[in-house]
Design a protein around this ligand. Structure first.
Ligand SMILES: [Zn+2]
Length: 484
C-alpha cells in the first residue's frame, strides 16, 4: 500500500517514494545520554518506531533504521565529572581520565535508554545501527575540513564556525523554517549546546576545549584545534557514513526543526555537496496535565516514575498511539486510565477469537484489513485506525462468527500487533493460583467427613475454607478449590 507522510520540507503530506526499490533508509536523532529519558523524549522514539513499523508492515518495504547516541555535549561532560551514585555503582570508579569517565557515564545512561525502549515495546534489534558520536570523530573532522576548504567555515577563538551568510549566497538557509533575516546578526556566534530555537546565528562545528574538558586534536590549515564536535555535525557525519546521502527519511521532534535540522541540511550540502534527505518528519510535543514539562514544575516523568505509580507501560504505548503523532499530546493520569480501557476491550475481543465457540456468521476480513491499513498508510493515522478496530469489535460478538472468520481475524490482529505491539495474540491464560497446604488439608478433612456422612462437620469445614478466602466446589473426581 502507498505510504503518505507529512514532509516538513514542503509542509505537506506526500507519497513516500524511496530511493531504493525495496528498502527505506531512516535516520532518527537519538538521545543525549546524560539522564533517564522522559516521556516527551519517548514520544519521539515511539513516533520513529511507528513510522518504521508501518513502512514495513503496511508498505511492505525493508527498513534500514539508524539512531545516533549523543554521548558528548555540555551536559554529559558536566555530569560525568560529578560523582553520582547510580552510574558509579554500576560502572565502577571515577578516574583521572576524563574520556573514560565520560564513556562510563554515557554508557550507563545509554543502557538505561535501551531498557526503556524495550519496556515501551520498541525492539532495538530493529535498529540497523546506534552510532555513538565519539566513535565518529574522524568522519566529523573530515566533514568540517571539507566545509572549511569550500569557504563556508571560519575559525574564531580556537573554535570553528559555519558561515551562514556565506552559505546563503549559494543555497537557501531556511528550508524547514521561514527565517527572518532582517533580524539576523551575522556576527553572533552560538557555541552552546543549548540552542535558542528562534535565534539565527553562525553555529559551531568544532568547539574549542574549555578548562577541564575531554578533547580531541584536530589539525586544520596546519594549526591544531584541540576540542570536540558541535552537536549538529554529529548527525551529518554519521548519517553519511552509515546510510549514504541522500537517504529517505529523517525523524525527530518538532523542537529539532530549527536550528538542528536546518543546520544539518546546510552542513551536509556544503560539505558533501548533496541534500541529506528527501523527507523530514517531525512529531509534536507532549505536555503533562496541559503544561509543558519542566524540572521546576516537577512534571518530568520517566518511564520508571510511571511504572512506580502503577501504570502498565503497554498502556503508555497504547495511549501515545491513540493520538496522531502530529498533534500535541496531553498526558494526564486520568487520561491514561480511560484510554487503557480501550486497549483491554480490544484484548478481550482477541481472547474471544481463540474460544472454540463458533456461529454461522462470516465477514470479509480483507475489507476490514484494507480499511485499517489505509488509515495507517495515510500519515500514520493511528487514531483513525483504532476507530476502525473499535467499529469492528462493537459491531459483533465474536462467538457468532464461524471458524474461518475467527481465524482470519486472529491473523489480522497478529499483523496489527506488529505495529501496535500492545496485545497478547493468544488464548487467555488461566491464572494459576497456588493453594496453601492448610486449605488442602481442610478440604481433605471435609471429604472424609462427607464420606462418614457427617454433613454438619463438612459444612463447618466448607465455611472455614471460605473464611480463609477459598471456595470449594465438588466435582465428579473429588473437589476443586478456587481463590475467591
Ligand atoms: Zn540529530
Amino acid at each position: 500500500m502507498q505510504i503518505k507522510i507529512h514532509n516538513t520540507l514542503h509542509n505537506k503530506i506526500e507519497d513516500l517514494k524511496p530511493i531504493n526499490e525495496n528498502e527505506v533508509l531512516i535516520y532518527s536523532c537519538g538521545p543525549t545520554v546524560y539522564n533517564y529519558a522522559h516521556i516527551g523524549n519517548i514520544r519521539a522514539f515511539l513516533f520513529a518506531d511507528l513510522l518504521q513499523k508501518v513502512i514495513k508492515v503496511v508498505g511492505n518495504y525493508k527498513v534500514k533504521w539508524v539512531m545516533n547516541i549523543t554521548n558528548i555535549d555540555d551536559k554529559t561532560i558536566r555530569d560525568s565529572q560529578i560523582g553520582s551514585s547510580a552510574w558509579l555503582e554500576e560502572m565502577g570508579e571515577q578516574t583521572d581520565d576524563l574520556k573514560e569517565n565520560l564513556s562510563k557515564f554515557t554508557k550507563y545512561y545509554e543502557k538505561k535508554f535501551f531498557e526503556d525502549l524495550k519496556i515501551i515495546g520498541i525492539d532495538s534489534a530493529d535498529l540497523f545501527a546506534t552510532p555513538r558520536a565519539t566513535e565518529y570523530i574522524d568522519e566529523m573532522q573530515k566533514l568540517i575540513k571539507s566545509i572549511y576548504e569550500k569557504g563556508f567555515a571560519y575559525p574564531s577563538d580556537g573554535s570553528i564556525y559555519f558561515n551562514v551568510n556565506e552559505w546563503r549566497k549559494h543555497d537557501t538557509y531556511g528550508k524547514l523554517k521561514k527565517i527572518d533575516f532582517d533580524n539576523f546578526k551575522s556576527n553572533l556566534r552560538i557555541d552552546s549546546d543549548q540552542y535558542d530555537r528562534e535565534q539565527v546565528s553562525d553555529f559551531v562545528l568544532w568547539k574549542s576545549k574549555k578548562g577541564n574538558e575531554p578533547y580531541w586534536d584536530f589539525t586544520l590549515d596546519g594549526k591544531n584545534f584541540p576540542g570536540r564536535p558541535g552537536w549538529h555535525i554529529e548527525c551529518s557525519a554519521m548519517e553519511e557514513k552509515l546510510l549514504g546521502l541522500p537517504f529517505d527519511i529523517h525523524t525527530g521532534g518538532v523542537d529539532l526543526i530549527f536550528p538542528h535540522h536546518e543546520d544539518e541540511i546546510a552542513q551536509s550540502k556544503a560539505g558533501f555537496g548533496v541534500e541529506p534527505t528527501y523527507y523530514f518528519c517531525h512529531n509534536e510535543f507532549l505536555e503533562v496535565e496541559g503544561e509543558k514539562m519542566s524540572k521546576s514544575k516537577g512534571n518530568f516523568y520517566t518511564i520508571q516514575d510511571l511504572i512506580n505509580r502503577g501504570i502498565d507501560p503497554m498502556n503508555i504505548r497504547f495511549a501515545l498511539l491513540s493520538a496522531h503523532y502530529a498533534s500535541v499530546f496531553n498526558f494526564t493520569f486520568e487520561g491514561i486510565n480511560s484510554i487503557s480501557k480501550g486497549r483491554y476491550r480490544i484484548q478481550d475481543f482477541i481472547y474471544s477469537l481463540f474460544e472454540e465457540n463458533y456461529g454461522e456468521k462470516s465477514i470479509d476480513v480483507e475489507i476490514i484489513r484494507e480499511k485499517i491499513f489505509s488509515k495507517l498508510a495515510d500519515d500514520l493515522h493511528t487514531p483513525k485506525a483504532l476507530a476502525e478496530i473499535f467499529s469492528l469489535i462493537n459491531s459483533m460478538s465474536p462467538n457468532e462468527l464461524n471458524k474461518s472468520t475467527k481465524e482470519s481475524l486472529i491473523e489480522l490482529f497478529k499483523e496489527l500487533n506488529l505495529i501496535f505491539n500492545v496485545w497478547n495474540i493468544e488464548q487467555k491464560k488461566q491464572v494459576e493460583v497456588e493453594i496453601p497446604d492448610e486449605i488442602i488439608k481442610l478440604a481433605d478433612e471435609r471429604i472424609a467427613a462427607k464420606a462418614e456422612k457427617d454433613y454438619t462437620k463438612a459444612d463447618e469445614l466448607r465455611n472455614k475454607i471460605a473464611e480463609l478466602g477459598y471456595l470449594i466446589k465438588d466435582s465428579k473426581t473429588g473437589y476443586e478449590i478456587i481463590k475467591k
